[in-house]
Ligand binder design. Structure first.
Ligand code: PAF
Length: 284
């Protein structure tokens, strides 16, 4: 049966007992308000190790001053029931002061430069330092053998892989493909911010990624023109685009015409929801 713990000491005690018994531990960090995409991460974690741990913590350090930290949906009871139903072993749901005992500005931070400064990092300059700081702390607390992250946040996944490599964390990072609604919309907690009318418009984001991927596959290489056209298409569909960029999938650098392992990244506002999505394009 799933157990919920709120302190680092309880978390460590439970995990230490499993490790002493020789059991591997897979970890899924989340901010809660779980949807099928999160549950899919936990299901993948269960395939990777006999013991699974998830965390639910809405991390203030990764929200900018004018972002949705205060209003971010907190649904711990419902989340906990869903996790129990799919066989999670341990849920870590710490209070704010357990994680940040001092004012945020006084806490040590972990930053992955360069990769954190592009794409979402341009309009959300503090976001990725907040993510890497909390993930580093959670890794130190839980000491998992493997940790699972969704590919919808591809930039986050690349940044966490780099942090793990640079800081020698003994943890394997596994990415899990994006779970989508039947009309293509990527599952996200922020989809809950959409009105019925906006929800009907939202699939245009993925449709635009797919259209651009099709153009790349037929040989077009004027990336700037493709990006500009995609933004116009998103505006016509009712979005306020933040960015639409074609990049190299793992380095996130701008591609030359010789690069083949590409990924298209988009972030766009629809009402009060900022939606992000990405699509891999591997050229022959
Ligand atoms: O992807 C998320 O939900 C968050 O960024 C994470 C990794 C749980 C860190 O707070």
């Amino acid at each position: 049966m799933q157990k919920t713990v709120h302190s680092i000491a309880e978390l460590r005690a439970r995990i230490a007992a499993w490790k002493q018994a020789g059991e591997r531990v897979a970890f899924v960090p989340t901010m809660g308000n779980l949807h099928r995409g999160h549950l899919h991460l936990v299901e993948r974690a269960r395939e990777l190790a006999p013991r699974t741990v998830a965390s639910i913590f809405v991390n203030p350090m990764q929200f900018g001053a004018n972002e949705d930290y205060a209003g971010y949906p907190r649904t711990l009871e419902d989340d906990s029931r869903q996790l129990e139903a799919i066989g999670l072993d341990l849920l870590f749901a710490p209070k704010l002061t357990e994680i940040y005992p001092r004012p945020l500005a006084d806490m040590t931070q972990v930053t992955v430069p360069e990769l954190s400064a592009v794409l979402c990092g341009v309009s959300r300059p503090v976001h990725f330092s907040g993510v890497t700081t909390i993930v580093a702390k959670l890794f130190n607390m839980a000491q998992p053998d493997v940790a699972v992250f969704g590919e919808k946040d591809w930039q986050q996944l690349v940044i966490i892989r780099r942090m793990v490599a640079d800081l020698d964390f003994p943890v394997e990072i596994v990415g899990v493909p994006t779970v989508r609604e039947p009309d293509g919309l990527a599952l996200s907690s922020r989809n809950g911010y959409l009105s019925a009318e906006e929800r009907a418009m939202a699939p245009a984001l993925y449709a635009t990624l797919r259209a651009t991927a099709g153009r790349l596959r037929t040989g077009e290489r004027d990336y700037a023109a493709l990006e500009a056209e995609a933004k116009t298409r998103l505006e016509a569909a009712g979005f306020r685009p933040d960015y639409f960029e074609i990049r190299c999938s793992d380095s996130l650098r701008q591609p030359t015409s010789a690069d083949v392992d590409l990924r298209i990244f988009a972030a766009a506002w629809l009402g009060r929801a900022r939606l992000i999505d990405n699509l891999a394009v591997v050229l022959d």
